[in-house]
Design a protein around this ligand. Structure first.
Ligand SMILES: *Cc1c(COP(=O)(O)O)cnc(C)c1O
Length: 359
């Protein structure tokens, strides 16, 4: 069996061990004679899966007891609406604009709440993370929204901003589980699963107790955090297979040593590529050094005509999905948790060869 190194920004690669476990259990889960896909979401076997998934996630992220963990659908994009619908009190919220996903979050929130953009890096094409501190935050704002890792632009907050008493809400779709974080600094964390958790279709929401149960009257039942909180994410049929796959990924992460170990691996792998690009006179990084993501790493060749050739030649060597997002151009390599160091090394070997051939 030939597996490629898949550098896709999402949906992205899953650990081979996880895929193989799922494959082995596919037709007959725990002697039930059924696949997990065929189990009732109210069955004992599925209850065990979702309970275990939550408890593993709590353990991995060290989630305090006063936070709920919700497994929902709709993707991170649906949370763009769910957040204002659940957190609106005074009717205004502060947003930090760090790229395409922040902009989409703001655009959606504007339908439900007054959005104030308190900081932005749009002036320099989102190549850096602007400073955020309590002095620019409206103390009457219902929340402050940030995108911790900017999947398209390749930037990431290096530290979690202090928002004082205003709840901090984070779209963590592309860096959840990639490093240790202090959950207690956040009011809400949400993430679509398809980058670092599991297959598309599952969305994880981690929300502080006091922010549950205050949804606006017009909030649809399915977007109300309370609906999912009081039903253990079983109000209706949850994405059962996605929850199962997430559980396998959480087990894999725990086995590897948890987020501390994962963070060390991710930092090391990202540094290999950044260091190579830094010493090269052929490639360049469009991102400011103090704002670099360790998950999504864009790089460019000054001669843009070579982009297509690079992507095609890389693909021929089993290095997949390296084309940059159309808004940034060039190339982008995503090193999510499942990317082994060999993938990074093979990419750099290919980049050296390509550089030599096109100097
Ligand atoms: C991928 C992504 C999204 C969109 O996620 P969906 O689950 O497809 O809605 C939102 N925000 C960030 C930061 C992302 O990387």
């Amino acid at each position: 069996m030939k597996r490629v190194h898949n550098f896709s920004a999402g949906p992205s690669m899953l650990p081979l061990e996880v895929l193989e476990k799922a494959q082995a259990e596919l037709p007959n889960y725990k002697d039930s004679g059924m696949s997990v896909m065929e189990l009732s979401h109210r069955s004992g076997l599925f209850t065990d899966i979702i309970t275990e998934a939550e408890s593993l996630l709590r353990e991995l992220m060290n989630i305090p007891d006063n936070y709920k963990v919700l497994f929902v659908q709709g993707g991170a994009s649906q949370q763009f609406a769910a957040v204002p619908l659940n957190l609106k009190k005074n009717g205004k919220a502060d947003y930090v604009n760090t790229g395409s996903w922040s902009k989409k979050a703001m655009k959606e929130a504007k339908k439900f709440i007054e959005v104030n953009e308190i900081a932005s890096s749009e002036d320099e094409n989102f190549t850096y993370i602007p400073k955020v501190n309590t002095s620019i935050i409206d103390s009457e704002a219902d929340y402050v929204h940030i995108t911790t890792n900017n999947t398209i632009e390749g930037t990431a907050f290096q530290e979690i901003p202090d928002t004082g008493n205003v709840p901090l809400v984070a779209d963590m779709s592309s860096n959840i589980l990639s490093e240790e974080i202090d959950v207690s600094k956040f009011g809400v964390i949400y993430a679509g699963a398809q980058k670092n958790i599991g297959p598309a279709g599952l969305t994880v929401v981690i929300v502080r107790d006091d922010l549950v149960g205050n949804a606006s009257e017009q909030c649809p039942t399915m977007l109300d955090y309370q609906t999912h909180s009081e039903s253990g994410s079983l109000y209706n049929t949850p994405p059962t297979y996605g929850v199962y796959m997430a559980k396998l990924v959480f087990e894999w992460l725990k086995e590897l040593g948890g987020l501390k170990e994962m963070q060390a691996r991710n930092e090391k792998q990202a540094a290999l590529l950044y260091d190579y690009v830094a010493q090269s006179s052929f490639y360049a990084s469009p991102v400011k050094e103090d704002s670099r993501s360790i998950m999504n790493i864009p790089f460019v060749i000054p001669n843009r005509d070579l982009d297509g050739e690079f992507v095609k030649a890389a693909q021929a060597e089993g290095l997949e999905t390296l084309k940059g997002h159309r808004s940034v151009g060039g190339m982008r390599a995503s090193f999510y948790n499942a990317m082994p160091v060999e993938g990074v090394e093979d990419l750099i070997t290919f980049m050296k060869k390509f550089e030599k051939e096109h100097q």
